[in-house]
Design a protein around this ligand. Structure first.
Ligand code: SF4
Length: 458
């Protein structure tokens, strides 16, 4: 009963956040950077920040996450971090030999106002960046955004630094996958491959943060989008950006810089959102949907139909990243569940609030932005108890206190595995989500059933 003192009465708070519903920008930037092949992420700030960013990712993926730091001490904090970063770039290329370093700023380097493009230019002028090697950067002040914003900023940096327009179009489609698991990125690639479409997916953390254990240490695992692929994204015929918050900025920038038209869709979580994704791929590439995908879709519809009575009327509360929440809210509403609360600590704006209400109805209470926290989510739950919660590992205390089943999804998930390997996107992902939801509902029913209603067939 860790949070038993959370009061039911909600009062206005403006200067205090309790248990923020987000993590810091560099965590997302680092995750995106890992989605470039042979890339070493670098955190420009103190060792403490970098230790946190790495540990958040390591604990979520259960894989060692490689990243370096500018190791600010008092001197850098007062006089600026230029000397530290130039020295770091020299050390990193000399010792670890990545193809590319992706630098993210931290709160501290943002507050002291380090000019990253100028410092990178200085490193180049000083001969610290070997020929053929690259350094990119993203500004990621955590007091302005969340891990999702950091992911979006680093993905935009990939476009800014790497994508080029040669003037000759290549018959391929860019997919910007959003802040999803490596398993989801692999699923998006599989779906486009199944449809016979050549795609460039970036960033691509599949095969990087879920790489197999083979007894050897790999500083740079096999996966990740190559720099050549990201460069060629400027010559693609079209871009599909999945998720407004995480993917739209990079797609817009690619259009401005290289004239690649784009469409921004919801993350393909659930039946309708996956249908839209597949249909958009079909139309854009001028192909037809193969029988194999139709079978997968039919299986989702089959489970939905068979088990609808268990979903119908269940009240749910969701907390997490905005792009996940939009698609999840739609999926749950399609299943005739009632979405009571949708909460995110990521600044997602009024468009997000409108979109959720369009999908779930005006009664849903939607909270977004930096001041929004888990404390408030808990208070809402105390006011009208839902049957199910959706959120990350940090929601487990609320779930335990209120005795409500929790479906873990989003970031971070420290206390379960599987998210790295099994997607929640696409039709296969929809099946997995359905299974997770049904397990929670039916386990609960079994647990609470009196002896005479304890059924074998439910
Ligand atoms: S100081 Fe800022 S960048 Fe560093 S860990 Fe905290 S929130 Fe993240």
């Amino acid at each position: 009963m860790l949070l038993r003192h959370t009061p039911e009465t909600i009062t206005d708070r403006s200067a205090l956040t309790i248990n923020p519903a987000k993590t810091c920008q560099p965590v997302g930037a680092m995750y995106a950077a890992l989605g470039i092949h042979n890339c070493l992420p670098h955190s420009h700030g103190s060792q403490g920040c970098c230790a946190y960013h790495r540990s958040a990712l390591t604990r979520h993926y259960k894989d060692p996450i490689m990243a370096t730091t500018s190791s600010f001490t008092e001197g850098a904090s007062v006089f600026g971090g230029q000397a530290n970063l130039v020295e770091s770039i020299n050390n990193i290329f000399t010792i670890y030999s990545p193809d590319i370093i992706a630098v993210n700023t931290t709160c501290l380097s943002e507050v002291i106002g380090d000019d990253l493009p100028q410092i990178i230019n200085k490193a180049r002028a000083d001969g610290k960046i070997p020929p053929g090697k690259t350094v990119i950067h993203a500004n990621t002040p955590s007091f302005k955004g969340s891990h999702v914003t950091g992911f979006a900023n680093m993905t935009s940096a990939m476009v800014q630094y790497l994508s080029e327009r040669s003037g000759k179009k290549i018959p391929q489609i860019n997919i910007i996958p959003g802040y999803v698991e490596p398993s989801d990125m692999a699923e998006m690639k599989r779906i486009s491959l199944e449809m016979g479409i050549k795609s460039v997916l970036f960033p691509d953390t599949s095969g990087v943060v879920n790489s197999p254990l083979d007894g050897k240490f790999h500083m740079y695992p096999k996966g990740g989008a190559t720099m050549e692929a990201i460069k060629s994204a400027g010559d693609s015929t079209f871009t599909l950006a999945l998720g407004r918050t995480a993917s739209l900025p990079a797609a817009k920038l690619l259009d401005t810089k290289c004239k690649v038209p784009f469409e921004c869709l919801d993350l393909p979580i659930g039946l309708s959102a996956t249908d839209t994704f597949v249909d958009c791929l079909r139309k854009t590439a001028g192909v037809s949907v193969p029988e194999s995908l139709m079978v997968e879709r039919g299986q989702v519809v089959d489970v939905l139909t068979d088990m609808h009575q268990y979903f119908f009327g269940k009240k749910v509360a969701l907390i997490g990243d905005p792009d996940h929440l939009v698609s999840l809210a739609q999926f749950l509403t399609d299943m005739d569940m009632e979405v009571l609360y949708v909460v995110t600590g990521t600044p997602a704006g009024p468009k997000f609030v409108r979109r959720i209400r369009e999908l779930t109805g005006e009664k849903t209470i939607v909270k977004e932005g930096l001041g929004v926290d888990m404390f408030q989510f808990h208070q809402l739950i105390k006011n009208a108890k839902p049957d199910l919660l959706f959120g990350n590992t940090y929601v487990k205390h609320i779930a335990r206190d209120e005795d409500i089943p929790l479906i873990r999804m989003g970031f971070p998930i420290y206390d379960r595995v599987g998210h790295q390997y099994f997607p929640i996107t696409g039709y296969r992902g929809a099946l997995r989500l359905l299974e997770k939801i049904l397990e929670a509902i039916l386990d609960r029913q079994d647990r609470d059933a009196p002896e005479e209603s304890f059924e074998l067939v439910m």
